[in-house]
Write a new protein. Structure first.
Length: 231
């Protein structure tokens, strides 16, 4: 089918094209009205006493032991599963298209296929529709990390003076709004318009093919007759 023929079909089945554009328009309107999201990237650091010697001590390294303990706490919060790995941990959780969710992980300088944990910390990435939604889950997770840190070391009968302590990095508790800029919105609308045009053309052609040949011929004859009368 040539471009001219396709345009003719779209003109003939204009109601199909209009229906597609209305559907895409409703989707775009709901997406824009939903606005952005609220997010936080809270970091909890694990600190060991200066004279720490315990079951998580690795080759005499306190730092390695603290990282191992932080990983064990994160694993419990994740129900025994490792968190998803992305190409870079610098990429925010909402950058993956998440509008509501929680990601618990260890800060890593590695990539998708290899990981490297430079420090003992747990990172809580929370994305939600409102600041209250994010704050509620942030507080619950902070309490959970503190409780697991205490209970796991108690279960291992580690002396209180030799236990890891947690500290929340103050700057990271901030909850911020993430929205799309004007140019991003315009680009998205242009892309949706293109999609609507392509889908509308395909649907119009499909509907036209389903119509009996006699009906299509009758419609063409009526158009030609109107042109002759006008002439």
């Amino acid at each position: 089918m040539t471009v001219r023929e396709l345009l003719g079909v779209m003109l003939r089945r204009w109601y199909v094209v209009v229906a597609v554009f209305l559907g895409v328009g409703l989707f775009a309107s709901s997406s824009i009205s939903a606005g952005g999201v609220y997010a936080t990237r809270t970091v909890i650091a694990f600190v060991a006493p200066g004279d720490y010697t315990g079951p998580f001590d690795t080759d005499g390294s306190t730092q390695k032991g603290a990282i191992a303990f932080a990983a064990s706490v994160a694993r419990v919060i994740n129900d025994g599963e490792e968190p998803p790995r992305y190409a870079t941990t610098e990429a925010p959780y909402y950058g993956a298209g998440i509008r509501e969710g929680v990601l618990v992980s260890l800060p890593s300088t590695g990539g998708q296929w290899s990981v490297s944990y430079p420090r003992a910390a747990i990172e809580l990435q929370i994305v939600g529709p409102t600041p209250a939604w994010v704050e509620t889950r942030q507080r619950a997770l902070l309490d959970r990390v503190a409780e697991l840190t205490r209970s796991q070391q108690e279960a291992m009968r580690i002396a209180p003076r030799a236990r890891f302590q947690t500290t929340v990095e103050p700057v990271t508790t901030e909850i911020y709004h993430v929205g799309s800029g004007r140019l991003t919105t315009l680009a998205a609308l242009a892309a949706l318009g293109t999609v609507a045009l392509l889908v509308g053309g395909w649907c119009a052609a499909a509907v036209d093919d389903m119509m009996p040949a006699r009906t299509r011929a009758s419609q063409r004859n009526r158009r030609w007759n109107r042109k002759e009368v006008t002439a």
